[in-house]
Design a protein around this ligand. Sequence first.
Ligand code: 13P
Length: 226
Amino acid sequence: MGKLIVANWKLNPLTVLEAQHLAEAISEVSPHRVVLCPPTPFLTVVKYSLLGAQDVFWKAKGPFTGQVSPAMLQNLGVKYAIIGHSERRSLGETSQEVREKAAAALEYNITPIVCVGHGTTVEQDELEVVDVLRQQLDDSLVGLPAEKIVVAYEPVWAIGSGKAATPDHAEKIGIFVQTKYQIKTVLYGGSVNDTNSASFLAQPHVGGLLVGTASLRPDEFNRIIA
Ligand code: 13P
């Protein structure tokens, strides 16, 4: 069965034309479910069968300057939303806010991709990592229907560093999140590329990938999703 591969473009590219060209260059044919998450201003101009947002607010409308409404995303046909990425948590987003956002997304039939992760170095003790993940997951998922939520595990040190975790470590975390939280799909993210992607996807408890840098290189991303 296919897995879930999510392209997180982060704050790239800069123009509508570049965004459209990038999406056009990504194959629609894959044994996996492939989701493109462009920046919010490009959600209406990028054409791809499955689109995701990079954030969503917990209210649908009202006096909330600058926020992204789940109702508006639903209206645009957006099916997924990345929530609580470590790059947002480092700006102060809390697990309680992540929970509110995930609940709001679900209300509008948008699948939340709840991100968790910890560790500033590759040497960080696995038990310590699991401890922090447990806290993040307890607070981010409380009261939510586990079967409707995707969790993405990204060690902070692996993001954008060119140094991925081992597939074995990703598998262990996948088992932990699946068994403790009944989450069906647990993604791995952090320096995924076309050389290491297959070994992550081969792990039975790694339900897919959250790809940053390599998702901006269409040839490489096409090899990953192939
Ligand atoms: P990189 O693939 O660039 O390491 O980014 C990972 C990530 O943060 C995806 O959300």
